[in-house]
Structures are given as structure tokens and as C-alpha cells.
Design a protein around this ligand. Structure first.
Ligand SMILES: *Cc1c(COP(=O)(O)O)cnc(C)c1O
Length: 221
């Protein structure tokens, strides 16, 4: 099937309000343009340099999502144009995003990446750190970032029960933040980014509002 058909097939199965992010890391601009020409404009990239190169070559109405591990010293390269950063995993990083957003006279939407997996390799903030961050004075002083939700990555496993438990844990943390209005995020706080090629239907069933799908659209990397 073509890239266009893959996107269509997934989109058709998504409930209202669930956003598909096409993860295009390592894929050439020509492949992204195929999706773009079919009317699709939301792409996810993992590497700063690759994202900047694609941004420069592609139409300017694309919503670029950064989903990879982000180093503080590289925020400045994507701050002028990035639409959403999924992978904010420390206060230090958030502070730098705020600083660079201010320089660019904009507000950058961010998701806080929460550690939900059973493996050590996945990054993110744990639940206790997350609440502490959101309740801190220092957090409240950041005016050029907007926390619009949470992101999580499940363990890389065939065990779908485990993946389901991990997705549920992210949804539970999300609900708690909303119900107790932790961090006073209000209605801006509405996104749960979870689910990839192998597990997005499960993620959607567990309350995902953004799925990050790469290989099921563009083929294996
Ligand atoms: C690569 C990547 C994806 C997409 O993975 P697929 O299995 O190809 O769909 C999603 N999220 C993150 C954070 C990734 O690094």
C-alpha cells in the first residue's frame, strides 16, 4: 500500500479527536511530501538536525512534532518553528524551551514525558517528580511554554497485557492532574500521546489522543 493509503486506513479507524502524528525519522523528504500532497501535515521527528533540514526543505504549514530525546543545548534550533514537543523529561529542559520560546516571541506547546515502562532504557519523569514539578513556584513562572498533556512510551514487548497496564497508568496520572487541577493547567491540559505502530489501537482504547506512528505508514526503518 502507498503512504497515502496507510495514513487513510489508520485515520479511518481513529475516533473523533485523536490526532495521528506520522513519525518520519530516517525517511527522505520525498516520502514525507507524498503524505503532504495527500493533505497530511503533522509529522514527528526524533533528531534535531534531521528535523531542521526537513523543515527548511518542506512547506511551511507543516506541524512539526519533536518526539525524541531533546538536549537542552539544541532547543534553540527548533524553537522558531516547532509545533509541539512531546518529550520534555526534566525541568531543566522545560526552562530552556521557555527561554528559547521567549527569544522567538512565542509560546511553545509541550507534553511532559512520563516514565511508564518496566525497562531502564526509556526516559521520562516519574509520577512523584511530575507532581512536584507542576506544583513548584519555578514552574509557575514559565510564561512561554504551555503544558498541553502527557506523553508515554510503553515497554518494547509482545506482552500486550503489560502494555495495556502501562497505558492505563499514564491515563490515571493524566486524570489525577485534571481532577485535582495540579499545576493549574486548566483546559489546555488535554492530550495523551501514547501508541505507536504496534500498539496504537490499544492506546486509543485506553484514552490516547495522539498516536505516533512510523513504520505502519512509511515502512520499516
Ligand atoms: C520511532 C518512534 C515512534 C514510531 O515508532 P513505530 O513503531 O515506527 O510506529 C513513536 N514514538 C517515538 C518516541 C519514536 O521514537
Amino acid at each position: 500500500m502507498s503512504i497515502q493509503q496507510n495514513i487513510l486506513k489508520i485515520s479511518e479507524q481513529l475516533p473523533e479527536g485523536v490526532q495521528l502524528v506520522a513519525v518520519s525519522k530516517f525517511k527522505p523528504v520525498e516520502m514525507l511530501m507524498e503524505a503532504y500532497e495527500a493533505g497530511f501535515k503533522v509529522f514527528g521527528e526524533n533528531y534535531v538536525q534531521e528535523l531542521v533540514e526537513k523543515y527548511e526543505q518542506m512547506p511551511k504549514d507543516i506541524k512539526w512534532n519533536f518526539i525524541g530525546h531533546l538536549q537542552s543545548n539544541k532547543v534553540k534550533y527548533i524553537a522558531p518553528f516547532v509545533s509541539l514537543i512531546h518529550s520534555v523529561d526534566s525541568f531543566k529542559l522545560l526552562k530552556e524551551i521557555n527561554k528559547q520560546a521567549e527569544k522567538n516571541e512565542r509560546v511553545i506547546d509541550c507534553l511532559l514525558q512520563v516514565y511508564i515502562a518496566q525497562e531502564d532504557t526509556k526516559t521520562g519523569i516519574d509520577e512523584a517528580e511530575l507532581f512536584e514539578l507542576l506544583k513548584s513556584e519555578a514552574f509557575l513562572s514559565l510564561k512561554n511554554i504551555r503544558i498541553v498533556g502527557l506523553m508515554g512510551m510503553s515497554t518494547f514487548t509482545e506482552n500486550m497485557d503489560q502494555v495495556k497496564t502501562e497505558f492505563k497508568s499514564l491515563k490515571t496520572i493524566f486524570d489525577k492532574i485534571r481532577e485535582e487541577n495540579i499545576g493549574d493547567l486548566g483546559a489546555d491540559f488535554k492530550e495523551i500521546s501514547m501508541g505507536m505502530s504496534g500498539d496504537w489501537p490499544l492506546a486509543v482504547a485506553e484514552g490516547s489522543t495522539m498516536i505516533r506512528v512510523g513504520s505502519a505508514i512509511f515502512g520499516n526503518r
